[in-house]
Write a protein that binds this ligand. Structure first.
Ligand code: URA
Length: 238
């Protein structure tokens, strides 16, 4: 790949800016200062430095992220702060996308990646990837009421179409429930609890398939491996 293309993809600046850096002798490849903006490099093998800072490269990046409440699962928004402001070097140099959104007022586990095929597999309805949520409700739970969620309840999706939403697992104590579902329709958990007459006052995603939120603090991210999702139990090739 051309060095100017690579570095501009990694957000070191426009191709014009990279040409400028090269003419100012600020870029080195394998220990040598380079002078050609169209030099061919292999970012997996070659050691590239910009201003004595080593360039980090991986074709695909996968991050687990704990989204704090009040941040949008979007790349940009004029109204609300977005979660991408939390992503630190070198991962903020990649065009990461969210793998399954959370509402503005929800928090917890998200996966961010630049691997489109992974996003497709993880979010495809046929994958049936279980997701577990910790839900705080507006009142103490009556199990007779919430047990309906295990049988399935008819709620509306984002397109106002009715569908049967079913909890795979449900465990409650006082005003808090852990619910596992394998879909991700618009406001699904809130709408399921609304159907049985509860308001969700706090919603936190604590697990996506085999991945646990664990002790990741709000706003923190950590690198994960794609292979975690390919043990045969979770993704069987949609
Ligand atoms: N269900 C919801 O209602 N909101 C979320 O953010 C995620 C699941």
């Amino acid at each position: 790949m051309r060095i100017d293309k690579l570095l501009s993809q990694l957000k070191y600046g426009s191709r014009k800016k990279i040409a400028e850096l090269i003419s100012q002798n600020r870029i080195k490849v394998n220990g040598k200062t380079i002078n050609k903006k169209d030099m061919d490099v292999n970012p997996n093998i070659d050691e590239i430095y910009v201003d004595n800072e080593k360039v980090f490269y991986q074709k695909y990046v996968y991050l687990a992220f704990n989204k704090p409440k009040g941040f949008l699962s979007a790349n940009k928004d004029d109204l609300h702060p977005v979660l991408f402001s939390f992503i630190k070097e070198p991962y903020n140099r990649f065009d990461l996308k969210v793998c399954g959104r959370l509402d503005l007022d929800s928090e917890g586990l998200m996966i961010l990646t630049n691997d489109g095929s992974f996003i497709h597999m993880i979010t495809h309805p046929k994958t049936h990837l279980p997701k577990k949520y910790e839900v705080k409700l507006n009142r103490e739970v009556c199990m007779n009421e919430v047990n309906q969620l295990l049988q399935g309840v008819f709620i509306k999706d984002g397109k106002n179409e009715t569908y049967l939403a079913k909890a795979l697992k449900l465990k409650c104590n006082k005003d808090t429930c852990y619910i596992t579902i394998d879909e991700g329709k618009f406001h699904q958990v809130k709408r399921m609890f609304a159907f049985v007459n509860y308001d969700v006052i706090k919603l936190k995603r604590v697990q996506i398939g085999p991945l646990l939120l664990g002790d990741l603090k709000p706003g923190e991210h950590k690198v994960i491996g794609r292979e975690l999702f390919y043990d045969g139990n979770y993704v069987d090739g949609v």
